[in-house]
Design a protein around this ligand. Sequence first.
Ligand SMILES: NC(=O)c1ccc[n+]([C@@H]2O[C@H](COP(=O)([O-])OP(=O)(O)OC[C@H]3O[C@@H](n4cnc5c(N)ncnc54)[C@H](OP(=O)(O)O)[C@@H]3O)[C@@H](O)[C@H]2O)c1
Length: 237
Amino acid sequence: MLQNQKLIIIDGSSGIGLETAKQAIALGAEVIIASRSEHKLLSAKEQLGPKAAAYTLDTTDERQVQAFFEKVGAFDHLVVSAAETSGGPFLQTDTAQARKLFENKFWGQYYAAKYGAPNISKNGSITLFSGVVAYKAMVGSSALGAINAAVSNLGQTLALELAPIRVNIVFPGIIDTPSRSKMPEDARNQFYETVAGKLPVKRVGKAEDVAQSVLYLIQNGFVTGTVLHVEGGHILT
Ligand SMILES: NC(=O)c1ccc[n+]([C@@H]2O[C@H](COP(=O)([O-])OP(=O)(O)OC[C@H]3O[C@@H](n4cnc5c(N)ncnc54)[C@H](OP(=O)(O)O)[C@@H]3O)[C@@H](O)[C@H]2O)c1
């Protein structure tokens, strides 16, 4: 249970982050969610109720991240699920686009861990987000694969450096979340069907699958430095 525990979830307003916030509140936690878009935060806060507070935050801005943690003060668990992800063929993708992805998913998590850690209770934890393309190479995912591998390694090193705070990394496979809302619906459904057909579990993941794993990492005091695969056997295919 998470009674009297305070969680910060960056993002918390969409997909896996929002589902994690719902499950944490159901277990008794107080939750702060933070992302860039006020309308997403407002809608999430309505769904989460009085045990949630919401702040606007862009994790690519180091000073903003520092100021955010100064404002929120002491807490117990940090989850950083915020990310924008995109892909494209290596030779045809602008270097600037790849750097932008790093700014967002790698440096965003780095800043959050750096400025959040000093405020976390000694029994607390940090959960970072990697992803299946870190170790299952996929055409079009050169930057994202490198970012996800870097996050896994960052998290494991921080598990040593920030101890006794525990630091773990979740490693989602293909999960049906609003992250692919810009894809045309037909193409998205086709993509999910194709992936599901190849997986041992014969379906893509749900935000709930990953949120459950985050809650496990937060609550199990004997787990640190773990890269937890929640990918339906994708890595085996
Ligand atoms: N879905 C998948 O198939 C999959 C697979 C592997 C790994 N993952 C990882 O799982 C995590 C959660 O993904 P999801 O599918 O739940 O994504 P999602 O539904 O798109 O939610 C991510 C949220 O992050 C927020 N965000 C993005 N950049 C931000 C920034 N610079 N500062 C603050 N907030 C920011 C966005 O909210 P705002 O627009 O309000 O900022 C966005 O709604 C990500 O790390 C993702 O890479 C997902």
